[in-house]
Design a protein around this ligand. Sequence first.
Ligand code: SF4
Length: 611
Amino acid sequence: MAKALLLFPPQWSPQHPHFALRALAGHLRHHGIDVDIRDLNIEYYDHVLSPVYLQRVRDRLHLDLEYLGTQSSFRLMLDPHSVDAHLDRVRLQAIKRFVDEHGEMLNHLPHLIMDAKETLKDPRRFYNPDMLIEALQVIDLALKAASTPYFPAQLNFNYFEQPGLMMNTNNLIAQVQDRRTNMFIPFYEEVLPDLLATKADYVGISINCFSQLVPGLTLAHMLRKAAPEGLHVGIGGNFFTRVTDALSQRPEFFEAFAHSLCFGEGEDQLLELVQALDRGESLESVPSLLYLDGGEVRKTRPRKALPMDQIGFQDLKGFPLDKYLTPELILTIRASKGCYWGKCSFCDSFYGVDDDVKSLDRLVEEIRFLRDTYGVRHFQFIDEAMRPAYMRKLAQRFIDEELNITWFCNGRIEKAFTPDLFEVLYAAGLRMVLWGYETGSPRILELINKGVGYQQRFDILRYASDAGIFNFNYLFFGYPTETREEAQMTIDSICQNTDLIHAYGRSVFTLNKQSPLYLEAEKHGILEVIEDVEELSTTLTYKATSGMDDTELRDALKSCTRQCLEAYEYGLWMYLRNRENIHLYLSRFGSEGVKNYRMERLAGATVVDNP
Ligand code: SF4
């Protein structure tokens, strides 16, 4: 039987293993496939956040400071138009800024880093807010130091980005080989021999989000180049599902990165791919696959995903559980797929997803398996939106089965959420709901087509709050035609309702390629120009008929953080960095405990209101 090696490249949270690898490994093993997994994301964070690496970074920064200026001047003398030399100049400026600002601390980082990591893992220190936030600050600085030699690359605790990179095949091929700005190449060079030594027949790289794109494709490129005869390198994950048409026209993408790419929901097709490779069969019978054949890209027919009840349990075997930077693991889990509403104009989260609901028997069995085998007691449901009626049944079952877990989930604010439902949900372990609040402007709410009355939302938030549930509200600025005044209405609505909106996560509107707003642009009538300038991007460039310009938008974002910091009186949640940490604190101290804790003493610390 064929052997599979599944890889999860950076960047993702270093606190919890991603769902994709656990789900794929579990399903393949359930069908008797020999599977190894490597969570290269946590391995990379562990590697970078080490005394040895940070000592090397310090030495490298000092060397760059000493030589980069002379080198670039010399190159500019020979060729005044040298792009490389100009880029080195910009990099040098970034290094100077960093060393001027943090030079002293740079020497201490190698001594502080192990202690900071230990703080995140040790419950006695993690649940002490002052210690936790101090440790996060050390880690922030270490990651900034590690990124600076590769400027403009930016790796942080919650994100990775490569500013200025255009999402086209040729640019990506160049970026994955650029040793000056690609911070992942040296790490992959170290682990590559190990990966190849597994003698796998199939190596799958799971790319699920934008922050994984450069690191994931860098790994794919290096593996594709080093792959011995017979090793099949594949890419999976849902990032590329939205751009399969563009990829069908790009054989060079496959020559550079992978023999094949699974799109859509992956468990079943990956199993069939591995089985087809094992039998030496053609790939044309494998569903939802793009692959290179004689210099051309072939696309096989998409197939409906396997019912959720037939997918193997997610499995943590092979994950380095001691490396995750948390005292208690939170695992993501799914009870259903698709959104029962599915009409919000900006949203494409249901694209490529076949609606389905897991039976409660199966769900409970899976939770029990993860709880009893790995001691996991915290879960995040990643369902796009669960129906309130289904949630009631689920909660009652959790209570009857005495699962004794805590969990959080997404929610669509709607009237079926009644006070008594929230009471049952709380009793079943629900501690936080991530609501799609979106805006404080009645006009924008109408345009978004959320399907809930403006004022009614506050009643529902109150019912949840009264039951002890923490309301975390997603919102965004910059919806086409939104004015600065309307953005201010959003800020005001948060500041005036901090007793109901206990925390928020803000973002900037992006026009998704599969959103109703784009697909039915004429009907909506608020977009003037739409351009698809980045073939592998899931978003589009556009100009709205009216609304804020970039300066006003930036001003709105800054005002939001500034005014909310005051309104929440430096509330603890703003410093906890992400929803997972907020959940752990809620499970330990309750909603009131988190809401009432103030962080005045650390007013200068990093504040994150877009966790
Ligand atoms: S934003 Fe939420 S409620 Fe609206 S369509 Fe998307 S998943 Fe459904």
